[in-house]
Design a protein around this ligand. Structure first.
Ligand code: SAM
Length: 222
């Protein structure tokens, strides 16, 4: 089947270019042991996040949707020693697993997990006049994507990069008649992005071990 091929190709790329990584393997094992859903990004996708953050020269990273901290580790590893990552997570159990994983990865000082509704945590960050983030990775409850994008714009500046995961919705993103809240919201987010003069963006479809999906990249220009 197609999925078998996609798995084999992802395994090949990850074997060649990601390699064996005891810290990430331990993070995945801890998440599995705690019964977390297996919905973290794939290794080669995590490395893409890492490369994007490196390319940005990121000093400050914001993540929406922590789960067990797998993508968090990839992103935080791109930071300099005095860098900072804040990851927002609703579920206290997920946050606890993530904190353990970040500590074991030696990232406990640079990466912080904040528990609560991301909408509230983002509002608080804006309220506190937080310095702009160089990279924002949005990967939480999909119906909130328009709100997360709006908040991300308030929390970034010229040159920042906003990444949104899982924007293809099995192809339903192209269906204007869809009533699926994740589809409706992700379409609304695309309309916001399209109408926003301060950004330039693209969305890309992907296949791989996580199936058929895709992501949006948004660069804040001004
Ligand atoms: N970024 C993670 C990774 O790749 O390793 C995966 C994140 S998982 C797809 C989505 C996470 O968002 C879950 O842990 C879920 O508990 C969290 N979440 C769901 N609704 C949320 C909300 N309203 N605020 C904050 N986090 C939320």
């Amino acid at each position: 089947t197609q999925q078998t091929t996609w798995n084999a190709v992802d395994a090949y790329f990850s074997e060649q270019l990601v390699g064996h990584d005891p810290v990430l393997d331990a993070a995945t094992a801890a998440a599995d042991a705690a019964g977390l859903p297996k919905i973290a990004v794939a290794p080669n996708q995590g490395k893409l996040l890492h490369l994007l953050a490196l390319t940005q020269g990121a000093r400050r990273i914001l993540e929406v949707g922590t789960l067990g901290g797998y993508s968090t580790i990839w992103l935080a590893r791109a930071l300099p020693a005095d860098g900072r990552l804040i990851s927002l997570e609703l579920d206290p159990g997920h946050a606890e697993v993530a904190r353990g994983n970040l500590a074991r990865a030696g990232l406990g000082e640079v990466a912080e997990v904040r528990v609560g509704r991301a909408a509230d945590s983002l509002a608080a960050l804006v309220e506190q006049g937080e310095e702009p983030f160089d990279v924002v990775f949005i990967d939480a409850d999909k119906p909130s994507n328009p709100e997360y994008f709006r908040r991300a714009l308030q929390l970034t500046g010229p040159g920042s990069l906003i990444i949104v995961d899982n924007v293809v919705r099995g192809g339903a993103i192209a269906d204007a008649a869809s009533t699926d809240p994740a589809v409706v919201a992700t379409r609304a987010m695309h309309e916001l992005i399209a109408a926003e003069p301060r950004v330039t963006a693209t969305s890309v479809q992907t296949v791989g071990s996580k199936g058929y999906d895709g992501f949006t990249l948004v660069r804040v220009q001004s």
